[in-house]
Design a protein around this ligand. Structure first.
Ligand code: ADP
Length: 397
C-alpha cells in the first residue's frame, strides 16, 4: 500500500510517498516559495535521483500538480498512476480538545477543524488548503488528518489549565494543548523498544530540540505534561521563539516601544530565542561556531538554551516521580553533541550519567548513557512523516 504524506504550510509544502509494506520512502521533497518569486520543487526518489525544478508556482494547487507530474514521470517517477496512492495523510497543527487521535476527513470534520483555526491562525488555514487541493486533485482518495496536539490530550486538567480566569478556558479554549505530538509519541515508543521494555511501564522525558523545541513527560505511554502551551511559543528557548517569560514583560515592552499586539507577537515568535539572545543567528550550528570563536553572547545564548532544558528535565522527573529514560530528538537533539553534554551535566542525582564516547554521534539511534547508569539517555531520530503514514494506513485499512 502506498501512502502520500503532506505537511502543508502557507508558502511551502513538504511531502513523502511511502511504500507501507516496507515503510520505505519512494519519493520525498519540498515545494518552496509558493506564491512568491523564485518558487521551486525539490524532489528525490529512492533511486537517488535528485531534482530541483524551478517554476512559477503561484498556488498550492499548481505545486501539487507539478509534484504529481514528477511522481508519474517516466525517467524519475515512482508511480504509474495516482490510483496507486491508497490515502493521503495530512499533518494538521491543531486538533483542539476535539481530536485526540487521527481521523478520516470528511466535510463535517473539516468544518470542525476550520472552526478551530483561530487557535493556530498561521498553520490551520494552510493545512486545510493542502487538504482541499488533494480532495480536488484526487477525489476518490481518502484523506486523513493527523494532529500535532492529539498525543497530549491525555494531560490531566492540572497540567493543561492555566491559572487565568476560568471563563477564558470556557469561552476561548485558552489552555495548554502542546505540539510535536507525533514526534514525542514516536520517540517514546522507540525508546521502549530500544530498552526492550513495555512503554506502559516507563517514565520517559522526550526532548524534541529543533528550530521549534518542546519536551514531554511521558508516563506509562501517555503524555502527562509538555512544555509548549496554548501556542508553540511557551516552554523551551527555540530558534526564534522566546519560550517561557514573565507575561508582564509583554505589556511592559509594548508600552515602552509603542508596539501593537501583532508587532510584539512577531518579536516573541520571530526575533527572540537563540537568535535574539545570541544576536548571531537562529541556527544552532552558527551559534556554536561563534561561541567557539570566542563570542561571549553566543556562548551565553547556548547556556540559556541548555539551562532551560535542564530545568524541564528536573520538573518532569518531579511530576512523574522519577525518570527511566531521557530521549533527544530533532535537529539539535540528534546532532548537537556538546549541547547534550551540557544539558545532562550535574544530573547524576537523577541516575543520569553520560558516556562521552557513545555521545559522540549524530543522527543515529543510540543509547548514550554509561552502561550502569540507572537512567538511560538516548538519541532517537524522529520520523513524524512515518507516524502520519502509519496512522493513515491504519485508518483506511
Ligand atoms: P525544524 O524544527 O525546522 O524541523 P530541525 O529539527 O531540522 O528543525 O532542527 C534545526 C536545528 O538543528 C538548527 O538549529 C540546526 O542548527 C540544528 N542542527 C542541525 N544539524 C546540527 C549539527 N550537526 N550540530 C548542531 N546543530 C545542528
Amino acid at each position: 500500500m502506498k501512502i502520500f504524506v503532506i505537511n502543508c504550510g502557507s508558502s511551502s509544502l513538504k511531502y513523502k510517498v511511502f511504500e507501507m509494506e516496507t515503510e520505505n520512502v519512494l519519493a520525498e521533497g519540498i515545494i518552496e516559495r509558493i506564491g512568491i518569486a523564485n518558487s521551486f520543487l525539490k524532489y528525490e526518489n529512492n533511486k537517488g535521483q535528485e531534482l530541483k525544478i524551478e517554476a512559477e508556482i503561484k498556488t498550492h494547487k499548481a505545486g501539487i500538480q507539478l509534484l504529481i507530474e514528477n511522481l508519474l514521470a517516466a525517467e524519475h517517477g515512482v508511480l504509474e498512476s495516482m490510483d496507486q496512492i491508497k490515502a493521503v495523510g495530512h499533518r494538521v497543527a491543531h486538533g483542539g480538545e476535539k481530536f485526540d487521535s487521527s481521523i478520516l476527513l470528511n466535510e463535517e470534520i473539516l468544518a470542525e477543524v476550520e472552526a478551530m483555526s483561530d487557535l493556530a491562525p498561521l498553520h490551520t488555514p494552510a493545512n486545510l488548503m493542502g487538504i482541499r487541493v488533494c480532495q480536488e486533485l484526487m477525489p476518490q482518495t481518502p484523506q486523513v488528518g493527523v494532529f500535532d496536539t492529539s498525543f497530549h490530550q491525555t494531560m490531566p486538567e492540572k497540567a493543561y489549565l492555566y491559572a487565568l480566569p476560568y471563563e477564558y478556558y470556557k469561552k476561548y479554549g485558552v489552555r495548554r494543548y502542546g505540539f510535536h505530538g507525533t514526534s514525542h509519541g514516536y520517540v517514546a515508543q522507540k525508546a521502549a523498544e530500544l530498552l526492550d521494555q513495555d512503554l506502559e511501564e516507563l517514565k520517559i522525558i522526550t526532548c524534541h530540540l529543533g528550530n521549534g523545541a518542546s519536551m514531554a513527560a511521558v508516563k506509562n505511554g501517555k503524555s502527562i505534561d509538555t512544555s509548549m502551551g496554548f501556542t508553540p511559543l511557551e516552554g523551551l528557548v527555540m530558534g526564534t521563539r522566546c519560550g517561557d517569560i514573565d507575561p508582564a514583560i509583554v505589556p511592559f515592552i509594548m508600552e515602552k516601544e509603542d508596539l501593537k499586539p501583532a508587532e510584539i507577537d512577531n518579536i516573541l515568535n520571530k526575533k527572540s530565542g537563540l537568535a535574539g539572545a545570541s544576536g548571531v543567528s537562529s541556527d544552532m550550528r552558527d551559534i556554536e561556531k561563534e561561541a567557539e570563536a570566542g563570542n561571549e553572547q553566543a556562548e551565553l545564548a547556548l547556556e540559556i538554551f541548555n539551562y532551560r532544558v535542564k530545568k524541564y528535565i528536573g520538573a518532569y522527573a518531579a511530576v512523574m516521580g522519577g525518570v527511566d529514560a531521557v530521549v533527544f530528538t530533532a535537529g539539535i537533539g540528534e546532532n548537537a553533541i556538546e549541547t547534550r553534554t551540557e544539558i545532562l551535566k550535574g544530573l547524576e542525582y537523577l541516575g543520569i550519567e553520560i558516556d562521552e564516547q557513545a555521545n559522540n554521534c549524530r543522527g543515529e539511534e543510540k543509547i548514550i548513557s554509561s552502561a550502569d547508569a540507572k537512567t538511560k539517555v538516548m538519541v532517537i531520530p524522529t520520523n513524524e512523516e512515518l507516524v502520519i503514514a502509519r496512522d493513515t494506513k491504519n485508518i483506511v485499512s
